[in-house]
Design a protein around this ligand. Structure first.
Ligand code: PAF
Length: 268
């Protein structure tokens, strides 16, 4: 496995293999392992990027205390047969102050974007850069960050980026909690409270009309600091008949947790 820290070294990776990229901010867990395995199944050369992207953190967010577990991350990549790990410094990614950034459009201001107004501009800008730097055929993203996945898909279409985005289902702990690097912030008691989130998704998915889905999910979350519980269509437009998505965001202590699941809307 090659570990590279600069875009120059990254550029010397062989160009002829079928290539997959898994972009991460480190603190790798079983959810990332699923992304890497999906890439291994489809591609000959797998690159994992590990970069805690300052541009997607708001001023009052957890950039400084974001978990960093470099040795364990590299171990996991090695065990999973990753070919290249790109671990740049901010200066290697942002070679000069960015004047040109990627505008996520209206969807970037809703849901997560309402609470984190600059977040998706930072995400799309760095994803765009990393796609250009790693030149993959496939890029793998988890459904856990469903709005991020949706916006990346839109960016790839709207900006004619020649990469196929592959969505990988959310990885869950045995008790149903979605795996997230931020789960380490939870105390045992908060982790117990957070189990209301998978219960809310299950209760919502058993209903059929958007209002009932949202009410059933919200009922499970009562007593928690809920930011949103909404049903949208799969592209995050207004809900319509057929497939839909239930999305929730909850604050447990100081930790913001998000999750989502597919729902079937059979009445409006
Ligand atoms: O999902 C993440 O870990 C990050 O938002 C990503 C896609 C690596 C961009 O920094």
């Amino acid at each position: 496995m090659r570990i590279v820290h600069t875009r120059t070294d990254l550029a010397s990776d062989s160009g002829d293999a079928r290539r997959g990229v898994v972009m991460t901010m480190g603190a790798l867990h079983e959810g990332h392992a699923d992304l890497i395995r999906a890439a291994r199944d489809l591609d000959d050369h797998v690159t994992v990027t590990i970069f805690v992207n300052p541009m997607q953190f708001g001023a009052d967010e957890d950039l400084d205390r974001y978990p960093r577990t470099m040795d364990a991350d590299l171990d996991l990549c090695e065990r999973l047969g990753v070919n290249t790990v790109y671990m740049p410094t901010p200066d290697d990614v942002y070679v000069r102050p960015s004047l040109v950034t990627v505008d996520p459009g209206e969807l970037g201001t809703e849901l997560e974007g309402a609470a984190r107004p600059t977040h998706f501009r930072g995400v799309l800008t760095v994803v765009n850069k990393l796609l250009h730097l790693t030149r993959p055929d496939h890029a793998f993203f988890g459904e856990k960050d469903y709005q991020q996945l949706t916006l990346i898909r839109s960016m790839v279409i709207d900006l004619d980026i020649g990469v196929k985005v592959v969505a990988v289902p959310t990885s869950r702990e045995p008790d149903g909690l979605a795996r997230s690097s931020r789960n380490v912030y939870l105390t045992p008691e908060q982790r117990e409270q957070a189990l209301a989130i998978p219960r809310a998704l299950k209760a919502g998915a058993a209903e059929h009309r958007p209002a009932d889905i949202e009410a059933a999910a919200a009922a499970q979350l009562s007593g928690l600091d809920t930011d949103y519980v909404v049903v949208r269509d799969p592209e995050l437009g207004p809900p319509r008949m057929g497939r839909g998505r239930l999305l929730v965001a909850v604050r447990v202590g100081a930790t913001r947790l998000i999750d989502n699941c597919a729902v079937e809307v059979t009445g409006l």
